[in-house]
Design a protein around this ligand. Structure first.
Ligand code: DHK
Length: 147
């Protein structure tokens, strides 16, 4: 089993204090714990960066070293063709995750570049969405077709 990469984009390091009415009170450390609980014995790499280049480097690392990707690209969701191009090279399952329901928010949050290559998209379940994403990607990876 190669790790599931759980990648988090800009400003998510401020979770817990950042707009709690939209993003909830859980910190990123809490969320990492949720993912580790759901992953059980499946290895995970849980990371966050405010840098687009760093996120692309981690996607490249996952292409060589990972089984699956869960990504909350945050604001880069709506701006980054570079992240889309990087994800296009990954042949495992990709789950795009948003804590808030982006489609219920301002129009500039409505068009995701990442959805073009995502196996599935989770939005609006709050921090709990990370639990659902981790459980779901494990099930996908345990399906014979993905083994
Ligand atoms: C997080 C962000 O930082 C915003 O740019 C997105 C996303 C929504 C989230 O809901 O997790 O719009």
């Amino acid at each position: 089993m190669k790790p599931i990469y759980i990648l988090n984009g800009p400003n998510l390091n401020r979770l817990g204090k950042r707009e709690p009415a939209i993003y909830g009170k859980a910190t990123l450390l809490d969320i990492e714990q949720y993912c580790r609980e759901e992953a059980g014995d499946y290895p995970i790499e849980f990371r966050q960066s405010n840098s687009e280049a760093q996120l692309i480097d981690w996607i490249h690392e996952a292409i060589d070293m990972g089984d699956g990707i869960i990504i909350n690209p945050a604001a880069f969701t709506f701006t980054s063709i570079a992240i889309l191009d990087a994800l296009k090279m990954f042949d495992g399952p990709i789950i795009e995750l948003h804590i808030s329901n982006i489609h219920k928010r301002e129009a500039y949050y409505h068009h995701s570049y990442v959805s073009k290559v995502a196996t599935a998209v989770i939005a609006g379940l709050g921090p709990e969405g990370y639990r659902v994403a981790t459980r779901s990607i494990k099930e996908l990876l345990e399906q014979p077709a993905n083994r």
